[in-house]
Design a protein around this ligand. Structure first.
Ligand code: IPE
Ligand code: IPE
Ligand code: MG
Length: 248
């Protein structure tokens, strides 16, 4: 049986988040510039999005560019932004054909104008699609997101539209970029790094973390299935005991 057939569709994560890492090292292994790795990572994005849609995963969030990535060499940042503009405009048609909606989280206003415009256009054109939502985390970091949420909550308190006593988990959820999305149940990071790198700190509170040594440009559908199968073999206790879960 293939890996895909082993997946229990009734226990599929609704939301999978991925830190796509290792493009630079992949390029270096080939004796190429870092951007060559980013270019080759697009194929992995296509494969993963397709696999998620075929299985019926409702949300797939891809960490494509972090707030901290602005500190990379200028030429890499520019090349990445160009790749982004090009890829988004080239893939919109395929997204529509596959009934996939595009959304984005992050400080989108900090993106170069052409990139921002391309993104807005693609989101607008795909907004009625319902099979899977592809969420791109762009110029995103969790601390930026939390600061932004706190500012907006504080504003409501100042104007007396919200009382501090009424601030709940739901209030926080509603002010994050991910408002309305289910929490990721599975977070995958490629390239052998075992860290979160400022990604969805609040939302990943109870996510299962899966790490693979594969570099992102080598990541294929089978690797995605493997991560889901690993997830399905775990016991998610949410603070309870194993016995409590069994007796349910
Ligand atoms: C991930 O690959 C892509 C981005 C962060 C934009 P890297 O560019 O971080 O590749 P490594 O980690 O240096 O190999
Ligand atoms: C995290 O990867 C950000 C993205 C994948 C977009 P990095 O390569 O930037 O993370 P660190 O610096 O290794 O933690
Ligand atoms: Mg990296």
């Amino acid at each position: 049986m293939s890996l895909k057939e082993n997946i229990n569709l009734s226990k599929l994560p609704q939301h999978i988040a991925i830190i796509m890492d290792g493009n630079g090292r992949w390029a270096k292994q080939q004796g190429e510039q870092r951007i060559f790795g980013h270019e080759n990572g697009v194929r992995s994005v296509r494969d993963t999005v397709e696999a998620a849609a075929e299985l019926g995963v409702k949300y797939l969030t891809l960490y494509a560019f972090s707030t901290e990535n602005w500190n990379r060499p200028q030429e890499e940042v520019i090349a990445l932004m160009q790749l982004l503009v090009h890829t988004i405009s080239a893939e919109t048609k395929t997204l529509n054909e596959n009934n996939i909606r595009l959304q984005a989280i992050g400080d989108l206003k900090s993106l170069p104008q052409d990139c921002f415009n391309e993104l807005q256009e693609a989101m607008e054109k795909t907004k009625s699609n319902s099979r899977t939502t592809l969420v791109l985390a762009l110029s995103y970091s969790s601390r930026w997101e939390i600061i932004d949420a706190v500012k907006r909550i504080a504003e409501k308190v100042t104007t007396n539209t919200l009382s501090p006593q009424n601030i709940t988990e739901q209030t926080i959820n509603e002010h994050l970029c991910t408002a309305g999305m289910p929490e990721p149940e599975l977070m995958i990071r490629t390239s052998g790094e075992h860290r979160i790198s400022n990604f969805l700190l609040w939302q990943l509170a109870y996510a299962e973390l899966y790490f693979t040594d594969k570099l992102w440009p080598d990541f294929r559908k089978e690797d995605f299935y493997e991560a889901i199968l690993d997830y399905q073999n775990r016991e998610r206790r949410f603070g309870k005991t194993s016995e409590q879960l069994i007796s349910k």
